[in-house]
Design a binder for this molecule. Structure first.
Ligand SMILES: Cc1cc2nc3c(=O)[nH]c(=O)nc-3n(C[C@H](O)[C@H](O)[C@H](O)COP(=O)(O)O)c2cc1C
Length: 214
């Protein structure tokens, strides 16, 4: 697949088949990630691949934490953001929630915390001693991973919500103090039978984010 095709076709996938992703394929994804540029070639990333029973335990943990918060009424309300970002979020959520769902609604919070049923989760972490400036490098690595996954017929969804429970994730996966988890990614085969798989988030016109100086 051409890079151009991968860039334009990729979209976040929110329904997966339970089919496991082969270890060698997951390694291929991480290998694509580390081809990304990084400042002074520091390669400040670390990847933790979670599958099988470990993934199940992680999902159970995240869902039970969320359910406890719900029961206690302490789920923090989403922070209101400045315009035009709040309107874009509202537009995205409205489009996602009104998408024809079939018999299973996509619940963004619980769905995310269950990695939408994806059989593999890749946690992306930064070396604890480095500043958050290096998140730029990790972002580039993540995009490589997403595009490589797409080119291999796999679906992905970057899941930020899970990081609300970063300390519990650390504990559950027994992560060393030396790494700071910053993002998680659901990886698996897209469930083509689920209507949400056809959902595509829109984009603003280029004019909204482009200044041209000659
Ligand atoms: C940093 C980051 C965090 C995200 N967190 C979530 C999440 O927790 N749950 C989810 O369903 N999607 C999440 N997404 C996916 C975005 O909603 C998605 O990328 C955006 O709506 C654009 O859609 P597209 O990826 O299909 O182009 C996240 C994406 C990024 C980059």
């Amino acid at each position: 697949m051409e890079v151009r095709e991968a860039i334009y076709q990729r979209r976040s996938i929110r329904a997966f088949t339970p089919e496991a992703v082969a270890k060698k394929t997951l390694l291929q994804l991480v290998d694509a990630a580390v081809q990304a540029p990084s400042a002074r070639n520091m390669q400040p990333w670390h990847f933790v691949v979670v599958t099988g029973r470990a993934r199940e335990r992680l999902v159970q943990k995240l869902l039970s934490l969320y359910d406890q918060e719900l029961a206690q009424g302490v789920v923090p309300p989403a922070m209101e953001l400045p315009e035009p970002f709040q309107s874009r979020i509202n537009q995205f959520l409205a489009a996602l929630q009104s998408w024809p769902q079939g018999d299973r609604p996509v619940e963004l919070q619980r769905g995310s915390l269950a990695f939408y049923g994806a059989p593999a989760v890749i946690l992306v972490a930064l070396d604890q001693r480095l500043s958050l400036d290096r998140l730029f490098d990790l972002g580039a690595a993540v995009q490589n991973l997403l595009l490589m996954a797409h080119s291999l017929g796999l679906g992905t969804c970057v899941i930020g919500i899970a990081l609300r429970y970063v300390n519990q994730i650390r504990q559950e996966l027994q992560l060393p103090e030396s790494i700071h988890p910053v993002m998680t990614i659901a990886v698996g085969k897209p469930d083509a039978t689920h209507p949400i798989t056809a959902f595509r988030a829109g984009r603003q016109d280029l004019a909204a984010c482009l200044t041209w100086i000659e």
